[in-house]
Design a protein around this ligand. Structure first.
Ligand code: NAP
Length: 246
């Protein structure tokens, strides 16, 4: 076990989570890569991370399952050490208009995007409280601020996570644990690939900077937000959307 800081990034086998994990490794942290199903991609991310001279482990766990989250935290503790940086990034979309939304579409999105962050944070803070140090970053979405139509489940999950960020920041500040969020707009990942091409083009035109963001751009901001350079910010949600929500 090294004496480097240990970061756990949920949903980091691809997309924004992967970019954040790579950035944290570049910044000198050992990183635990959580994922749901894609073993191969998670292992690839670990190999990329090890090229920065730090340690990486892959942790398969559904963040909506209390048992799996508990086993994941134990594995990270044993193999890398206590988590001092947690990034709650795992998330999914199950878009539908409210009138047609099924209970399972609602539940799966709320369970992964919101309950997952609750379960993971609740266990990860135990050691942070003992250490009187830590940083938690929640990846939300502008959908949780503006309430995108056709995304009632997703918007509610991200709006809930913004509120959770604020509550956690107040409860945990006394232990020197900072809790913040990033609200990305459209970022080019597989998640966006689930949208229709015509909708993607329409949305791209609406972005003042006239392009979607790259996962690495979110990664760089995340690296700063959990670092000691950002020591006086807590409870905040920083929007990164090319100006879309302005
Ligand atoms: P993505 O490319 O679809 O990747 C999702 C990641 O989450 C994968 O690593 C996936 O693992 C993991 N995951 C999904 N369900 C999980 C579960 N139950 N337990 C553990 N891991 C799980 O998504 P992305 O675009 O990078 O999005 C990452 C985060 O940013 C999400 O919270 C999303 O809501 C948010 N966000 C994205 C955008 C955007 O435009 N892309 C905008 C705003 C906010 P597997 O590979 O194993 O399936």
């Amino acid at each position: 076990m090294s004496n480097r800081s240990v970061a756990l990034v949920t949903g980091s086998s691809r997309g924004i989570g992967k970019a954040i994990a790579l950035q944290l490794a570049k910044n000198g942290m050992d990183v635990a890569i959580n994922y749901h199903s894609n073993d191969e991609k998670a292992q690839q991310v670990c190999s990329e991370i090890e090229q920065y001279g730090v340690n990486a482990i892959a942790c398969k766990a559904d963040v909506s399952s209390p048992e799996q989250v508990e086993a994941m935290l134990e594995k990270v503790e044993q193999e890398l050490g206590s988590v001092s940086v947690l990034v709650n990034n795992a998330g999914l979309l199950k878009d539908n208009y409210l009138m047609m939304m099924s209970e399972s579409q609602w539940d799966s999105v709320l369970d992964t995007n919101l309950k997952g962050a609750f379960l993971t944070s609740q266990l990860a803070i135990k050691n942070m409280i003992r250490a009187r140090a830590g940083a938690i970053l929640n990846i939300v979405s502008i959908s949780g601020l503006v309430g995108t139509e056709g995304q009632a489940n997703y918007a509610a999950s991200k709006g809930g996570l913004i509120a959770l960020t604020r509550s956690m920041s107040k409860e945990l500040a006394r232990y020197n644990i900072r809790v913040n969020a990033i609200a990305p707009g459209f970022i080019s990942t597989e998640m966006i690939g689930q949208m229709k091409e015509s909708i993607i083009e329409e949305q791209r035109k609406k972005v003042p900077l006239k392009r979607f963001g790259e996962a690495e751009e979110v990664g760089k901001l995340a690296g700063f937000m959990v670092s000691d350079d950002n020591s006086y910010m807590t409870g905040q949600t920083i929007v990164m959307d090319g100006g879309l929500s302005v």
